[in-house]
Design a protein around this ligand. Structure first.
Ligand SMILES: Nc1ncnc2c1ncn2[C@@H]1O[C@H](COP(=O)(O)OP(=O)(O)OP(=O)(O)O)[C@@H](O)[C@H]1O
Length: 380
């Protein structure tokens, strides 16, 4: 797939910017805080409808404006698509595909795929579980856009169930003394069922994607580390499952809800479900989070990112875009070479950097270099 051009209107610090990509390799050169990452963020939004830097559309719109827009043309083997996102603050986003408004977000996803790799990705290993859940979910949305809908449904049920548990707490609902058939308990049981149904769909997909990603990441890791270390990626679901059978996963879910019933009512919140999942990374059987050196953690994240690229390519049948946000300088020459070697001509790649010295002359000759300065992009 090839991102041919992108148009930004009142997006982050861009008032109006048109970029035409003339080669598969683009280097965005500029000092700090000029707008390099903002351009990659616009592409990330086209691919996932999410930004890893903010949840608020208000932040994405140029300060002082109420509407921002990202418009792009993508070429795929099956043809060309024009994508458009209009952001409003206040107001809701609207999405366009080939100049027609879309009612469902789902129909927008899957036209552009991208893997982003930034220095923030070290948080995948070091950070809190929600970062790892987000990473898994973003990957799943790209592999299977319907997952965005599944996840949305799960979080909707979770919100409603939490509201009920909270209200029960406020009404001093005493679990032990209340007969099973109180209206609140019957209502809660309905939510239990829905939580288990929607949550099981999330758990099964997360489980499967880890199973597919692990051998790819292990392979890359062996290549990069010279075979001296072995990594493991373990899905740590909050509801432990030993089967991919939907009925069995739901059953395990409902049993755990039953076990934690009193705790949930006391806390007034849902403690069972995939919103509490985690993923564990081990290097030579020890947790990478606490024991891995910075270098080992970087190698692990690089292997994960390369595995993501490969998995998306395998599933989609076309190489996704690779967005490298200021990471080259952080990698040692060996790992830089590994990465640049993999990219070669296969993936359309956009790299942000403050200096050009990390690139060899072959790369510089093949790349389109653009200078980013205070929300404007110039040919270099
Ligand atoms: N909504 C917005 N409206 C106007 N300017 C914004 C908005 N959001 C961010 N900015 C500006 O964008 C700039 C940051 O751009 P960006 O994150 O792309 O930096 P960068 O060029 O990638 O630099 P670095 O190398 O530091 O990552 C800052 O000057 C910030 O003030």
């Amino acid at each position: 797939m090839y991102l041919k051009n992108i148009h930004l209107y009142a997006f982050r610090n861009y008032r109006e910017q048109w970029v035409e990509f003339s080669t598969k390799k683009t280097i965005l050169l500029g000092n700090n805080a000029q707008g390099k990452s903002n351009l990659l963020e616009a592409i990330e939004l086209l691919a996932t409808l999410k930004s890893h830097r903010t949840n608020r559309d208000h932040d994405l719109i140029l300060e002082g404006s109420t509407t921002g827009q990202i418009i792009a043309t993508i070429e795929r083997t099956y043809g060309k698509s024009d994508l458009g996102i209009t952001l409003r603050s206040p107001g809701r986003r609207s999405l366009m595909l080939n100049h027609e408004n879309l009612r469902r977000h789902l129909d927008f996803l899957g036209h552009l795929n991208a893997v982003e790799f930034s220095c923030l990705d070290l948080d995948l290993v070091r950070g809190s579980p929600d970062i790892r859940r987000n990473w898994l979910d973003t990957l799943l949305v790209q592999l299977e856009p319907v997952y965005a809908h599944i996840l949305h449904e799960y979080y909707q049920v979770l919100r409603q169930r939490n509201a009920l548990l909270k209200a029960m707490g406020k009404n001093n609902h005493v679990p032990e003394k209340t007969p099973n058939l109180s209206p609140e308990i019957s209502q809660l049981k309905l939510w239990d069922k829905q939580l288990a149904e929607t949550g099981s769909r999330v758990i099964r997909r997360r489980n499967r994607v880890i199973e597919r990603l692990t051998p790819l990441a292990q392979n890359w890791h062996t290549n990069i580390s010279g075979g001296t270390e072995i990594i493991e990626i373990n899905y740590l679901p909050n509801v432990i499952v030993n089967s991919d059978e939907i009925i069995e996963v739901q059953q395990a879910f409902l049993e755990k809800i039953e076990q934690r019933r009193i705790v949930e009512q006391q806390l007034g919140t849902t403690v069972v479900g995939p919103h509490r999942d985690d993923v564990e990374f081990n290097i030579n059987k020890t947790p990478a989070k606490s024991y891995g050196s910075q270098g080992q953690q970087r190698t692990l994240v690089l292997a994960l990112k390369l595995a993501e690229l490969q998995l998306i390519e395998d599933v989609i049948g076309e190489p996704p875009l690779l967005l490298l946000d200021d990471v080259l300088a952080e990698l040692d020459p060996n790992r830089q070479n590994q990465l640049l070697e993999v990219i070669k001509g296969r993936f359309q790649t956009l790299i942000t950097t403050t200096y050009l010295h990390s690139f060899d002359s072959q790369w510089l000759d093949a790349a389109q270099i653009m200078k980013v300065e205070n929300g404007k992009i110039y040919s270099f």
